[in-house]
Design a binder for this molecule. Structure first.
Ligand SMILES: [Zn+2]
Length: 428
């Protein structure tokens, strides 16, 4: 296991920000932190002076496609993609086939992820079969390790079902209800954001209000049920940022939200340049929405960067725009986009980036936040925040290639991860 010389150790959760040597031993434990450490015989030594060691990054919104769609991604390939992108943990979404709505499915995912360098935490459906009608067996799912409940891919349409979900989940410490916020009655047959660009292209639109209505409704229900934990998935609108900000001003401490890199980097105009690799749900929005999201990062309204990593086979995406499935892969471009578009533009600090990509998602999911200290099992992301690189989809470990970012020049690159006794170097 490696010795990193003169690396910046950065973990806001333990008020740590200093340069030192960092030695990880054979068992994957942090053996020593200090100046001029002596490396045991045979230890590979790396110059860490341009690198940062942070608590392992965590992507709380990932589609691993297994069970059911292993031609797009598997648990193994998705975790290889996560490691390549600098993540040591992922929370996978329940819109698999079958849906993750039963303990057996949770167990099979956990079993298939055993021994990997990346930890997998399955989310589970809020309702059976993600049909929005009958609540899933939350107690048993919670006992199996699930902390996040969401019908992601679909929105729970019924306010009454949402109320019962919040009330049921309140029996389980640390359980959080999340939502894919979409008023489906307003988005039927949509292909992209409703606006000037959709009109020009003659494509059916998904208006921002269809997202905002559900965020507003759910925040109200969460507060009504006693300020219950509620997490907004892949928030994309100016209105959403405003609703979350205002809920905090009212004192609702349990409302959290995530934003994807593509929603803070691209606008709906990207549809023309990138075709179906710019088709997602929620859709890319307008510059006004992007500006509001950037302000939400700047003022701390946004808690988490999550990718909504959504692999699709090439043949599925190479169809007419309106018929293509939604989503893009994201695990291997997340650090680069976050560094380039948030850190290097001065909107956030590097410490805040660690909060957005490691500490906050772990806390929302009631997962342990790893410490960087001697004697602790190493769970680390190593990144080079100032290193320029060119995105090459040929170097990705995901099985799919649906990204609009191929060929982009970014600044800030994952170097590797250390977790579960394994070191995985990024091949990007
Ligand atoms: Zn979703």
């Amino acid at each position: 296991m490696p010795l990193f010389r003169n690396i910046r150790l950065l973990n806001p959760a333990q008020s740590l920000d200093r340069r030192a040597d960092l030695l990880v031993d054979e068992s994957g434990t942090i053996a020593a932190i200090g100046d001029d450490l002596i490396a045991p015989e045979g230890t590979p030594v790396y110059d860490g002076s341009a690198w940062v060691a942070a608590p392992g990054f965590y992507d709380m919104h990932v589609h691993l496609r297994e069970p059911g769609a292993t031609h797009k991604e598997t648990i193994a390939s998705g975790c290889a993609s996560a490691a390549n992108g600098g993540f040591t943990g992922v929370c996978c979404m329940p819109n698999t086939t079958p849906a993750i709505d039963a303990v057996e499915v949770v167990h099979s995912i956990l079993w298939r992820s055993e021994g990997l360098a990346v930890d997998v935490l399955p989310s589970a459906a809020t309702t059976k079969g993600r049909k929005g009608e009958e609540l899933a067996p939350m107690g048993a799912l919670y006992d199996a390790g699930v902390r996040l409940f969401t019908d992601d891919g679909d929105c729970v349409r019924s306010a009454e079902v949402m109320r019962r979900a919040f009330e049921y989940a309140s029996m389980f410490e640390g359980a959080v209800i999340s939502q894919h916020c979409e008023e489906h009655a307003m988005t039927r047959g949509f292909a992209m954001n409703e606006g000037v660009t959709s009109t020009r292209l003659g494509l059916a639109g998904y208006p921002d209000i269809a997202e905002n209505l559900i965020i507003a409704r759910d925040v109200m229900i969460a507060e009504f049920c006693g300020d219950r934990p509620y997490h907004v998935s892949h928030m994309s609108t100016r209105g959403g940022v405003d609703l979350v900000r205002r809920s905090r001003e009212r004192g609702a401490r349990a409302v959290t939200c995530e934003v994807t890199p593509h929603h803070f980097v691209l606008t709906d105009e990207a549809v023309e340049a990138h075709g179906t690799n710019a088709k997602m749900n929620p859709p890319l929005r307008t510059q006004s929405d992007v500006d509001a999201i950037l302000e939400g990062f700047r003022d701390g309204t946004i808690d988490v960067i999550a990718t909504d990593h959504a692999p699709h086979a090439l043949s599925e995406k190479e169809v007419e725009f309106q018929n293509a499935p939604n989503g893009i892969i994201g695990l291997e471009t997340s650090i680069g986009l976050a560094c380039t578009y948030l850190l290097h533009r001065g909107l956030i600090t590097l410490a805040r980036l660690v909060e957005l990509m490691s500490i906050n998602p772990r806390r929302i999911l009631s997962q342990h936040v790893p410490l960087i200290a001697p004697g602790v099992r190493a769970n680390l992301t190593i990144l080079a925040p100032d290193q320029p690189w060119t995105v090459d989809v040929g170097r990705f470990k995901t099985m799919s290639v649906n990204t609009p970012f191929n060929g982009w020049e970014l600044t800030g690159k994952p170097i590797g991860i250390v977790n579960n006794g394994q070191t995985v170097w990024s091949d990007l």
